[in-house]
Design a protein. Sequence first.
Length: 453
Amino acid sequence: FHCGFVVMESGVLRDKLGLWESKLAPLSDAQRDAFTTLSAAVSITTPSAPELSGVGSVATKGEVSSATITANDVISPEMVALETVVKQLGLDTYQVDNTQQFFSWLSEIEQHINNTEESRYKAYCAQLTEYREQCDAILSEVTTAIDQLKQMKEKYDFVSSKTDAMHKACEKLLEDQSKLTNVADSISIKLSYFNELDKISQKLNLPALSVTSDSFVPMLARLDECINFIQSKLFYKESQLYLARFMQFQARALNFIKLHVVSSLKATTKSIQSSKQGAEALPPEHNYSTYYGKFRTNASRIKILMKEIEQRLDKYPDAQVLLKDCQRCYIAQRGQLLLPKVATSIEAFQRQHGTDTCNMVRSGCNYLCRLCQSEHQLYFHFFTLPSMELNGLLESLCFSLYDVLRPIIIKINHLETLAELCSILNVRVSVLLCVYVLFVRVCICTCVCVCVC
């Protein structure tokens, strides 16, 4: 056994071992220490070259062991392991005749040692390789997932940016829509005043138009709104034309009111005159319903229409003319009814009292006071504004009594009678100032008579 180690040249063995340590199988520190110990043991027990050349065969197991023990009583653990390997391989009786056989023998031992000692490392290496492949597969999947996540993030960012842009565009569109809606509503509101021209024209041209209908007064209010709006927007195109047309429609509507009021008053007067009671004299306590009830029947509706004219006196000059026409018509119709009847009634008082002038004056004044109060109340059932025409009517009624009393008072030359007449007139005038004119005229006559006496 020891002869094989002597045959191998020490330089070649060192080169091979150095190659083995550095590249093929690097040794750990413990392995290096074991190799150093084995080399020292081999160098002590190996014979010289001449002795090796004389040996024809490899020594037996007993010979090797005895020689080894003789050269060195101390046997290292590495030597024991080597002997165990040689025994396991059955190479303890292997015959070495030349260098080639030694290297074959040594190669078998090395291969067995490698297979024995490195098997667990190879298994662990294979396991690590498998783990590495699995890790590579997982890493590949993770890389793929990361790439997909990146793509998803890019798509998400793209969609998010597009969504934000769409939201901003929608908000801008909603804002523009709101502005346009407000502009459209504003235009529609402003345009509605101009569109009312055709609607009002159609209403005014209807054959069945009635000023007492529920839609007539709102139409007048709408006309006022349109006129006020256009007057404040004269810089609009064709505003002057529309304003002229609206003013024309306003005049037509107010004229319709005047025509209705005049015709209604005349119809009422004609109805009273054609009645049986209208032909009779107007006594102090009778025929009130005939001369006042029928007029009051239409008074509420006429007053509503007259308010429409009175409300426009400051804005429309023609309204003043229309109001005067209605008031004159009213006064004329009342005078046409009352003056003949009042004159007849006073003549009846004169026939009734005869020469009793004081009672006749008292009855006439009482009658005129009640009549003037009734006329005053009736007038304000039709109108809300006072009129000088009413004062003219009341004065005309008082003149009926004045024309009868003046000739009688002038002929009276009795001072006590004249004083009593003045007292009666003074009391009646204090009751109703509307007979003030009568009182003044009678007093003047009385003073003249007193002077004559």
